[in-house]
Design a protein around this ligand. Structure first.
Ligand code: 5GP
Length: 201
């Protein structure tokens, strides 16, 4: 262990350039740790097909978002790919006060802000094997225009340059391996979920 108290509640932050299968990874974490909450972000971008209000995001307009900035509604917020994204401060504080761990899927800018407010957060960066692979993944997803893909690739380059602020950086090559590694990291930090051989007395 690394000195973290097993009882301590944590924020677990996952960041990855888009197209890295992050949704699948987050779902696997929530399936494995059923008592963990997911921080559903607020965004001003339009829903993609299949995305559900309140599940994938809370979709709000720019006026509401900007009012939230003025009212300190966001624990962190950022403008990503031309849209606002933010995390509800009330949701995090109420979840932690209720003794729950919380999973966040946010970008590098948001991670910096959360770390300054909640320094005990556990941070994991999922990086693509290469930018070429990321480009292929974005293209095969078929949801974004070539211009959007170009913006997302530029953003990915910047994010990868900041990955040193994360405690863990995992190459996201085969999804099952990525998920297994991530579940191991989370189990370690939550405590009480160690392999049988190390459990006492
Ligand atoms: P997408 O639009 O593809 O769902 O997400 C675009 C990017 O925004 C991803 O890198 C995602 O991690 C990030 N993101 C999603 N929600 C939040 C949030 O609440 N805050 C911040 N800072 N980034 C977010």
């Amino acid at each position: 262990m690394d000195g973290q108290s097993p009882q301590r509640r944590h924020l677990f932050i996952i960041s990855a350039p888009s197209g890295g299968g992050k949704t699948t990874v987050c779902r696997a974490v929530l399936d494995r740790f059923a008592d963990m909450l997911y921080s559903v972000s607020y965004t001003t971008r339009k829903p993609r097909s299949g995305e559900r209000e309140g599940v994938d995001y809370h979709f709000i307009d720019r006026d509401e978002f900007e009012a939230g900035i003025a009212n300190r509604r966001w624990a962190e917020w950022a403008e990503v790919h031309g849209h606002y994204y933010g995390t509800s401060a009330a949701f995090l504080d109420q979840g932690l006060a209720a003794g729950r761990d919380i999973l966040l899927d946010i970008d590098v800018q948001g991670t910096r802000q959360i770390l300054s407010r909640y320094p005990d957060s556990v941070t994991v960066f999922l990086r693509p094997p290469s930018l070429e692979v990321l480009k292929m993944r974005l293209e095969s997803r078929g949801t974004d225009s070539p211009q959007t893909i170009a913006v997302r690739l530029e953003n990915a380059k910047e994010e990868m340059a900041s990955q040193n602020i994360y405690q863990y950086s995992l190459v996201n090559d085969r999804l099952p391996d990525t998920i297994a590694a991530l579940l191991g990291i989370i189990a370690k930090h939550r405590g009480g979920q160690k392999p049988l051989a190390t459990q006492g007395p």
